[in-house]
Every structure is written in structure tokens, then in C-alpha cells.
Design a protein around this ligand. Structure first.
Ligand code: FAD
Length: 444
């Protein structure tokens, strides 16, 4: 098994510089919360936050810092907190299985009540939720931050038990799955054969992650000198590799340069682990592709409690998978004015990254504080989404864009957005996690 180590950090790059870079992914975006926030606003408002992941914890910490006397409750049955951008590094064999894991309790601010139960029913007309333990909780404001569900069952023949066996990996399913994916990929790049990568046709979090893993696999094979025994194919769900045209073109060029084949308009529908065959829906009918290693990225949907509630979009492109209906600038629900949404579950055109949460949270918090204080806010989220797109071990491109597909570089003139840079790699490998954790505390 090849041990690949990233280069040592340039001693001239101080910790502060690195943190500033890490915050690039988590650092820009046009937000205009007013500065009228120094003094705490006194209120007895009951604020429920459904979901204590990246978004829920960030909002809880920011609200706790802005409000005095508010009764803030976080609802989430999960005791562990997962730093999901770390999964790719685990699946690249560069970080240990426990690197992404911390405890939810660690990030819950004092004065905020964490109820370790899930929401099973949202009743926005009654301003109430029901929990998995059957409790009903009433609220004045609700923040829906439940993240999304990975729907492995939508791929016939696929279950999460298969991850780590029969050449099947899946970076998304959690730290253990990411580690097992690394083991499968490592064996595959030793032996050779056909490697298959894909993404679902649904909305998804971090749309760069499936691409990154194709690049990482290619890089390992080259470092092991087995690349000539390996065929790599990326099955794109549509006729592009990424939603932002200029990024898609850059990835297409890099894939061509690295001999990674692309099969466009291929949506994974079934997998046969015994025969190692993946079946795709294509405009020409069903097509089978054989593999020795596959990174399965399943369809993604809003969690059932959200999807089945009145909070979900009732029509339009976000209705089928039940994403929360919201104004894309204010993140306020368009039918229930006391409800906001944030993070992966939000039914807005972009924004399913932790970096997006960084720029959504101040907007949501600013509007809640303004409502409580009986004033108006013009805080707006511009769709900022970013991801350091790893193109090989030690190199990444910083991809940052907004709702209009404009590239919005955090460091114009310093970090070129579509260049494969070592400095961008360092952001992903070293600086992003501390910045993310500072974000959870409401400090980044
Ligand atoms: C492989 C991978 C790589 C990534 N890379 C990057 C990257 O490089 N950069 C980047 O910025 N982002 C990246 N991301 C995306 C980022 O991790 C997510 O966008 C971010 O975690 C979203 O935060 P969230 O709070 O919406 O969801 P989560 O962090 O998933 O939290 C959702 C929480 O809601 C809880 N919940 C679910 N249902 C309910 C319910 N009914 N009631 C109560 N609670 C509920 C869950 O238990 C969970 O704790 C990556 C993600 C993955 C998987």
C-alpha cells in the first residue's frame, strides 16, 4: 500500500495565514447583516432549531450570542458531530477514521437546551413539532437545519452493508464508510481494472466530492505505477461535469489530460455486486458498465419528516425531493414567515456546502433578531458555495461561485480560482477544519 504524504507546510506560512486561507472556503460571500448587533436583544421568544449539524450548531451559537432570555432548543438525536469535508481525506488514506468525529455536546452553547430526539412531524400551522419520543414542542421561530438523507435504497441491489466489499466504496456514508472506501480503492489501485465514478441526478451536497475522488484514484494509480493497468470512467448524470459551466469545462480538460473517460447522461439505477456490474439509465435506454471498483454516490433527499410536511416545496424543481421552500436571499419560508431554513435541506438553487452555511447563518440569525426587535433587515445570501476541488494529492482548485454562476474568489490576485495549487490543497488538508469548528462556535 503506497504511503502518500503531503508536503510539509512552508514555515513562512503562519498558522494565522493558513486559517485565513481555510476560511476562504468558509470566508467570502456577500452578506449584509446590519451592524446593529453589539447589544443583546432581550426576548422571551421560543426558538426551535431542528438539526444540530454544521448549520444548526452555527445558528444556535450565533443566536445565543445575540439574544438575552430567548428559549433556544436544539433537536437532534445524533450524539456525534461529523466534520464531513474530512471524509474525502479519510477516503484518500491521509486522515484516520476518527478525524471527522467529535461530540455534538461539545458545540452546544451554554443556555441552549439540546433535546437528543429527532423531529418526526412538523406542524407549521400550529407552530409545533412532534419528536421521536412523542413530545410536542411549541415555538415562535423554527429553523429547519436537518441536512439531507442519502437514499441508497433508490439504487437497486445497493445497501450500505456492501461498502467495503466486492470493490464497492462510498465516501459519503460516514467516517467508517470513507475508511472502507480507502481500503477498496487502495486494493484496486494495486491490482488494476476498471474504476467507476458517478453522481446522482438529485441535488447533492458538495458536488465536487465525486469528482475529487476520481482525481485522487487516478493520482494513486500513477504514484503506484499501475495506471496503465487501470481504466477510469466518470458517469455524469447530465451533459456536464459540474453545474458551473466554466468549472465543468476545466474538469473536462483535466479528465481528458489524465485519461479519465466520461459517460454523459448516465444515472445509476442498479448495482450487481456479484457480477460487478452497474446499470445506468441513459437517453438510449439502460446501459451496463462493469467495474472492479466503484464509488457509489446515492440520490439525496430531504429527511422524511421534512419531505412529508407542509414545509416542503409544493411544486417546482425542489418539490419531488421535499426540500424546504424558502426565499433564496433571506432563507425565510415563503408561506410560514416564522420559519427559516439553512444548510443542505434548504430548497434554494445552490448552497449545499459547509462554506455556504458560513454565509447563510448570519442572514438567518439577522432576520430572526430583527423580527424579535420589531425591525426590518436587508441581510441577504448570494448563493455562495465553495469547495476546494482536489485534483491530485498535494494540489487543489478553489472553486467558489454564487447563484448566478459567477466565480467569486476570496483572494483575487492571490489564489486563482481554476488553477491547481498547493496552497489550495493546504487549505483543504490543514486549515479548513479549524475554520469549520470556529464556524460552529459562531466565530468564523
Ligand atoms: C464527502 C463530503 C465532502 C464534503 N466536502 C466539503 C468541502 O470540501 N467543503 C464544504 O464546504 N462542504 C463540504 N461538504 C458538505 C458539508 O459537509 C455539508 O454541506 C454540511 O455538513 C451541511 O450542514 P447541515 O447542517 O445542513 O447538515 P449536517 O451537517 O449533515 O447536519 C444535519 C443534522 O440534522 C440532523 N437531523 C436529520 N434529520 C433530523 C430530524 N428529523 N430532526 C432533528 N435532527 C435531524 C442530523 O442528525 C444531523 O446532525 C462535504 C460533504 C461530504 C459528505
Amino acid at each position: 500500500m503506497a504511503q502518500i504524504r503531503s508536503r510539509r507546510v512552508d514555515p513562512e506560512l503562519t498558522r494565522r495565514q493558513l486559517l485565513a486561507m481555510g476560511s476562504a472556503g468558509l470566508a467570502t460571500g456577500v452578506v449584509s447583516p446590519s451592524k446593529a448587533s453589539a447589544a443583546k436583544v432581550v426576548t422571551k421568544a421560543r426558538i426551535l432549531i431542528a438539526g444540530a449539524g454544521a448549520a444548526g450548531l452555527t445558528v444556535a451559537n450565533r443566536l445565543a450570542a445575540r439574544l438575552e432570555g430567548a428559549r433556544i432548543t436544539l433537536l437532534d438525536s445524533r450524539k456525534e458531530h461529523y466534520y464531513q469535508p474530512g471524509y474525502t481525506l479519510v477516503a484518500a488514506g491521509l486522515k484516520s477514521i476518527d478525524y471527522p468525529v467529535s461530540s455534538t455536546r461539545e458545540w452546544v452553547p451554554s443556555g441552549v437546551n439540546w433535546v437528543d430526539e429527532a423531529v418526526t412531524e412538523f406542524k407549521p400551522d400550529a407552530r409545533r413539532v412532534v419528536t421521536s419520543a412523542g413530545k410536542t414542542l411549541d415555538y415562535d421561530f423554527l429553523v429547519v437545519a436537518t441536512g439531507l438523507d442519502l437514499d441508497y435504497s433508490a439504487i437497486e441491489g445497493m445497501t450500505t452493508d456492501l461498502i467495503g466489499r466486492e470493490g464497492i466504496g462510498s465516501v459519503y456514508a460516514g467516517p467508517e464508510a470513507a475508511h472502507k472506501t480507502w481500503q477498496q480503492m487502495s486494493q484496486f489501485t494495486d491490482k488494476g481494472g476498471a474504476g467507476l465514478f458517478q453522481r446522482p441526478a438529485t441535488e447533492m451536497k458538495c458536488a465536487g466530492a465525486p469528482l475529487k475522488y476520481a482525481f485522487i484514484t487516478d493520482d494513486y494509480a500513477r504514484r503506484k505505477s499501475t495506471r496503465q493497468k487501470i481504466k477510469l470512467t466518470y458517469a455524469a448524470h447530465g451533459n456536464a461535469l459540474f453545474g458551473v459551466p466554466i468549472v465543468s469545462e476545466k474538469v473536462r480538460m483535466l479528465f481528458a489530460e489524465r485519461s479519465i473517460d466520461v459517460a454523459y447522461n448516465h444515472v445509476l439505477k442498479a448495482i450487481d455486486p456479484g457480477r460487478r456490474i452497474a446499470t445506468f439509465e441513459t437517453p438510449q435506454g439502460m446501459a451496463e458498465i462493469g467495474y472492479d471498483f466503484i464509488n457509489v454516490v446515492p440520490p439525496m433527499r430531504a429527511p422524511a419528516a421534512v419531505r412529508k410536511s407542509a414545509l416542503a416545496w409544493q411544486s417546482g424543481p425542489f418539490a419531488a425531493d421535499g426540500w424546504v421552500e424558502a426565499d433564496k436571499a433571506t432563507l425565510r419560508h415563503t408561506r410560514f414567515a416564522n420559519v427559516f431554513t439553512i444548510g443542505d435541506v434548504a430548497g434554494v438553487p445552490k448552497g449545499k456546502t459547509a462554506a455556504s452555511v458560513k454565509w447563510q447563518a448570519p442572514v438567518v440569525v439577522e432576520h430572526i433578531v430583527a423580527d424579535v426587535a420589531d425591525r426590518k433587515s436587508d441581510a441577504a445570501y448570494n448563493g455562495y458555495t465553495s469547495c476546494p476541488l482536489i485534483t491530485r494529492i498535494g494540489r487543489a482548485m478553489l472553486v467558489e461561485f454564487d447563484y448566478d454562476n459567477n466565480l467569486v474568489p476570496s483572494f483575487p490576485g492571490i489564489i486563482a480560482p481554476l488553477e491547481e495549487l498547493w496552497i489550495t490543497w493546504l487549505m483543504k488538508e490543514i486549515a479548513l477544519k479549524p475554520t469549520y469548528l470556529a464556524m460552529l462556535r459562531g466565530r468564523a
